[in-house]
Design a protein. Structure first.
Length: 252
């Protein structure tokens, strides 16, 4: 159970509007200012050595005095890769250009951006109100999780899940959307691994912050997913068919 909100804390200046956010938005349209090479390095290591990525987050805090990225390159590249993968699905399973545009926009908005904003806001609220360590005395500067950092954590966690559920899933989709026990088994295993790894990276993102405690709370959803997976397999539920039917039901 989560502890109650701690009392007796003095207001922090970090509650004030962060000037980083407008600067972050302005840089989205300035491609030449984005560090694309470093972003690809992060994407690679999120799949192979995620702790190394969050070790660099500590260095970023030491040099720029903020946990969040000031470079929107990760969000831009994720959005572009997601759009390309969605177009690949449309090319394989759709025959209407208008519907393909609808699918790409809806996937970008609801699968990545809107869901990311909601999850980041929930984690931001949860960590700041329930998981921060008590300050030993009133003279210690109070630290808080930046909302933009919470969104960074979501983006980091989303990328390996994107590779599993959008890229690898695409190449396996002829098998995964078929009828039978094997497609149900493979589809559930793929979704279980992807969702579990998402929550593991989410945990790493908050565990690296030295002023948070009980961050193992972010690992609890993995247990729920592992328990739910065999139930779905035995019931014959195929998550691949379910998701694909949302967009391409007339062609499956």
């Amino acid at each position: 159970m989560l502890p109650t909100v701690s009392k007796g804390r003095t207001p922090s200046t970090s509650r004030q509007p962060n000037p980083l956010f407008p600067h972050y938005l302005r840089r989205i349209i300035k491609w030449q200012q984005m560090d694309i090479e470093y972003t690809f390095w992060q994407m690679l290591h999120l799949c192979t050595s995620p702790k190394v990525v969050y070790q660099h987050t500590k260095y970023h805090k030491q040099t720029k005095n903020q946990w969040a990225r000031d470079d929107p390159a990760f969000v831009v590249l994720c959005s572009l890769l997601l759009a390309v993968s969605t177009l690949a699905y449309c090319a394989a399973y759709d025959h209407s250009p208008g519907h393909a545009v609808f699918v790409v926009i809806s996937v970008l908005l609801f699968h990545f951006l809107i869901t990311g904003v909601v999850l980041a806001t929930c984690c931001w609220f949860l960590t700041n109100n329930y998981l921060r360590e008590e300050a030993p005395n009133s003279h210690v500067v109070e630290q808080r999780v930046e909302w933009l950092y919470a969104f960074d954590v979501h983006c980091n966690s989303f990328f390996p899940m994107f590779l599993l559920l959008y890229v690898i899933h695409y190449f396996l989709s002829p098998i995964l959307v078929a009828h039978g026990f094997l497609p149900v088994l493979l589809s559930n295993l793929l979704f279980t691994v992807a969702i579990s790894y998402y929550h593991y990276l989410n945990f790493l993102g908050y565990d690296v912050l030295p002023f948070l405690e009980r961050t193992t709370f972010f690992l609890y959803p993995i247990g729920f997913v592992i328990i739910l997976s065999p139930i779905l397999i035995l019931s014959g539920f195929n998550p691949s068919r379910y998701v694909m039917n949302m967009y391409f039901s007339q062609w499956l």
